[in-house]
Design a binder for this molecule. Structure first.
Ligand SMILES: O=C[C@H](O)[C@H](O)COP(=O)(O)O
Ligand SMILES: C=C(OP(=O)(O)O)C(=O)O
Length: 442
């Protein structure tokens, strides 16, 4: 039985909005409880099996999307652009890395953000911090920063619209492998990675023609399985979207296929861990540099007491300078105890810094180095580097320094659009995929 919302909140849930009108929260929650599920329990089970295969080294997990989705960007171009780059990255990893790829978006629900500080100060004015469109507005005014529970209802509708379009694209022909060239049109042609992609697409096209000529035309060529994920942060929303599966009587969070617990809300005696214990979805937990081997074991025992494969993914985010020291003892402990976890790297959150120009940014080289460190550690220990989760977008933004386009700290101002953390742009995302494919092949 899932504890009721009040019981969870009584555990002192971290990173929750303080709503001025509790009755309005009840109204929003009641509305959400009546809405249809966004995903089916059976799809979550299917994903759990696929993540189990990732944990055994039989496939690679690619998760990507915005740091924070925003309501104003729920439109066809934005969703298509993101999906397109994810499909391109997945094709590169599959073809050049010779491994099937499980595709997951940080999307259709990634609307709430944990923050380091409750407030933000600009020009001497201090207001509540922006906590994602699920909670308050980005605009720096007193009114906009007041948490509004009606936004939770809007999260549902925005997620439904996004997921609907994703399902249409992935099942309706856009994700057909014979579209590999189409995904590359209107790409910056000067980019060496777009050219490299084009060559690879030619090879894939020839291989497909050959397969067709010999009579092989499997369904997997025409459609892809694509899964949604987000950080399950704001408990009234997540609790309201939890339903009992009619097949099994088990509780599932039906707002996304895969939910994760953030680095700031993974306290073993905290409300988020308590809530996640009861879910049947495949779940993730972020693990930062302060985690000890015993912390990780505690998380695994609490979140996966049956030691099921595919149930728990640990998403490590240490920073490029730390991963080679911090990850080995965690992996060794987990291995020694015979605990099943799928290891995934988040090479973004440990590598954030403020540029001289004031922008929150990351270096492409650090992102790459953390992924390389992740592969090095797992290869040295004989364990499985299962996948990566990145913050990226399908647009040509300038939020991360470096990469083939050599964006520098001054170039960040050109097109910096993220409302919280910096994202890889389209070229940087593709570049990363080619470089990670080489790591996979090795
Ligand atoms: O992606 C998330 C951020 O790292 C997190 O929300 C904290 O950001 P902040 O340190 O700017 O608050
Ligand atoms: C906030 C995030 O990460 P973390 O919990 O690892 O800081 C995130 O992935 O959006």
């Amino acid at each position: 039985m899932i504890p009721d919302l009040a019981a969870l909140q009584a555990l002192g849930a971290a990173q929750q909005p303080t709503y001025p009108d509790p009755q309005a929260v009840d109204t929003a929650v009641a509305k959400l409880r009546g809405f249809p599920p966004l995903v089916f329990a059976g799809e979550c089970d299917e994903l759990k099996d696929k993540i189990a295969a990732v944990g055994r080294g039989e496939s690679f997990l690619l998760a990507g999307g915005d740091c924070a989705e925003v309501f104003s960007q729920v439109n066809a171009d934005n969703v298509r652009n993101k999906l397109r780059v994810l499909l391109q990255m997945a094709v590169v990893l599959t073809y050049a890395g010779s491994l099937p790829v499980v595709k997951m978006g940080r999307l259709a629900g990634q609307y709430a953000k944990p923050r380091s500080s409750d407030t933000e100060t600009r020009d001497g004015v201090t207001l509540p911090a922006y906590r994602g469109d699920a909670v308050n507005g980005f605009e720096f005014t007193e009114e906009s920063r007041i948490p509004d529970p009606q936004r939770l209802v809007e999260v549902y509708h925005a997620s439904a619209a996004t997921l609907n379009l994703i399902r249409a694209f992935t099942n309706g022909g856009y994700a057909d492998l014979r579209q590999v060239h189409t995904w590359n049109t209107d790409f910056v042609r000067e980019s060496p990675f777009a050219q490299r992609y084009e060559q690879m697409a030619n090879e894939i096209e020839k291989a497909l023609e050959f397969m067709q000529a010999i009579g092989a035309d499997p369904d997997e060529f025409h459609r892809v399985d694509f899964y949604s994920s987000h950080e399950a942060l704001v408990l009234p929303y997540e609790h309201a979207m939890t339903r009992i599966d009619s097949r099994t009587n088990d509780p599932y969070n039906v707002s996304g296929h895969f939910l994760w617990i953030g680095e700031r809300t993974r306290q073993l005696d905290g409300a988020h861990i308590e809530y996640f214990k009861h879910l049947s979805n495949p779940i993730g937990c972020k693990v930062g540099p302060s985690a000890t081997p015993d912390d990780v074991l505690g998380l695994a025992n609490a979140l996966n007491p049956k030691n099921e494969e595919g149930r728990l993914t640990l998403i490590t985010r240490f920073g490029a300078g730390k991963i080679r020291d911090v990850l080995p003892p965690l992996v060794e402990k987990v291995r020694a105890e015979g605990v099943n976890v799928t290891w995934v790297t988040d090479p973004m959150h440990g590598n954030t810094f403020e540029a001289s120009t004031g922008f929150k940014t990351r270096r492409f080289t650090d992102v790459l180095d953390e992924v390389q460190g992740f592969f090095d550690v797992h290869r040295a220990l004989g364990t499985v580097p299962g996948g990566m989760m990145v913050e990226m977008t399908g647009d040509d933004v300038t939020e991360i320094v470096g990469g083939g386009e050599e964006i520098d700290e001054h170039g960040l101002a050109h097109r910096y659009e993220s409302v919280v953390d910096p994202r890889l742009n389209r070229v940087q995302s593709l570049e990363l995929a080619f470089l990670v494919a080489e790591m996979l092949r090795r």
